[in-house]
Design a protein around this ligand. Structure first.
Ligand code: HEM
Length: 352
């Protein structure tokens, strides 16, 4: 779609809902772009796991950006499976990078006055480059479990930043008004504690994987037949990951109970807490299957897939602990307060 510079400048200042058909069309494009970038980031993340778990990092040989010295290498045949996996991963990264750059420019154009746009756009770009840099370091120093584990953590933040941007763009159509009612402080603090704790648990999981401790406990839920095993090589990392997972599940049950108390005023946080609990259960089950199936590719991919969705859901809750900037908000204390507010006025923000 071509628009003259003057029209574009006017569009940038406009709330698209008050703009004409061009503003609405531009918004629809941006929303589609945000969804495509989020799906793309998830695909790139899973592809990364596929590359490491199938040992396909050498699939393109030692050449870059060419793959086996060609733009499109020979891909047919079982012998070329590693080339196919590495080549598709390499091909997806520049496409995804372009989507993210366009999305960053788009949100800054549309909402340059909004704090969310000014924070999310640089985070998306910085973490995209960090991810690429650590990916390179991981190739140069493949034996460092710490670097490989950090790479997974960075990829998760990169994915979460794109997901949050998509949520921001979609909710700009009106859904964000739910944030006019600030959640209770205790709930906000609990959400932030849980997201930080989840990040530590994620790092531990990635460390287990890269320190080759994945099968240090050969059974599940027990570890080598015991509730508390003997801590021989690798068992400490694997066991801490499991205990950490159990604690995370307990924390998410607690979060659900706290979010439930304010579900009438902030259903977004309650629904997200329900989703997070379901995802952590799926995460624990796939973790068990990873061990019992002796590291089948499908189970390890599922373990990475669910953790990305879990982390994304928790960071979405973090974003929703912030009130809408520039708007006066009421703070929710309980459902009773919410009901009282909603019966007296349509705009909770005018009641303090
Ligand atoms: C519920 C919360 C959990 C979280 C957030 C979590 C997170 C992770 C992460 C991020 C990885 C690294 C994935 C990668 O690098 O590709 C990982 C690996 C692993 N996790 Fe978990 N995990 C959880 C629960 C469990 C449980 C309950 C088990 C039970 C045995 C488990 C077993 C494993 C194993 C064996 C690996 C290594 C997989 C491999 O070698 O590819 N996880 N976890």
């Amino acid at each position: 779609m071509y628009l003259p510079a003057g029209r574009l400048a006017a569009l940038g200042r406009l709330d698209y809902r008050q703009g004409g058909p061009a503003a609405r069309r531009a918004y629809a494009w941006l929303r589609g772009l945000a969804v495509a970038a989020t799906v793309g980031m998830l695909v790139v993340l899973i592809q990364g796991t596929l590359v490491t778990n199938t040992g396909s990092a050498e699939g393109c040989g030692a050449t870059w950006p060419l793959c086996r010295g060609q733009i499109v290498p020979e891909l047919s045949g079982v012998a070329n499976a590693a080339t196919l996996i590495e080549f598709t991963h390499r091909a997806a990264v520049p496409v995804e990078s372009t989507l993210i750059l366009l999305l960053s420019a788009g949100i800054l154009w549309f909402w340059r006055g909004r704090r969310e746009a000014r924070v999310l756009a640089p985070i998306m770009i910085v973490f995209l480059f960090l991810q690429a840099m650590l990916g390179g370091l991981a190739v140069m120093y493949p034996t460092s479990a710490e670097i490989l584990a950090a790479h997974f953590g960075i990829s998760l933040v990169a994915f979460a930043s794109v997901l949050l941007t998509a949520a921001f763009v979609i909710e700009a159509a009106g859904g964000e008004r739910i944030r006019l009612m600030a959640p209770p402080r205790a709930l906000s603090i609990l959400i932030w504690i849980i997201v930080c704790y989840t990040y530590i648990e994620v790092y531990l999981g990635a460390y287990v994987r890269h320190a080759n401790a994945s099968l240090a406990c050969l059974d599940w839920p027990l570890c080598n037949g015991a509730l508390v095993p003997r801590f021989v090589t690798g068992v400490a990392a694997q066991y801490s990951h499991r205990v950490g997972a159990a604690l995370l599940t307990v924390l998410l049950v607690g979060l659900l109970l706290v979010a439930r108390r304010t579900r009438a005023g902030r259903p977004d946080l309650y629904i997200a807490a329900c989703i997070a609990l379901i995802l952590v259960v799926c995460q624990a089950i796939t973790g068990g299957i990873v061990v019992l199936s002796r590291l089948t590719i499908l189970s390890t991919l599922a373990h990475s897939f669910f953790v990305a969705l879990l982390f994304g859901t928790l960071t979405y809750m973090c974003m929703h602990t912030f009130p809408l900037v520039g708007e006066r908000t009421a703070r929710l204390d309980s459902d009773a307060a919410t009901r009282a507010l909603s019966t007296t006025t349509e705009r909770p923000d005018v009641l303090r």
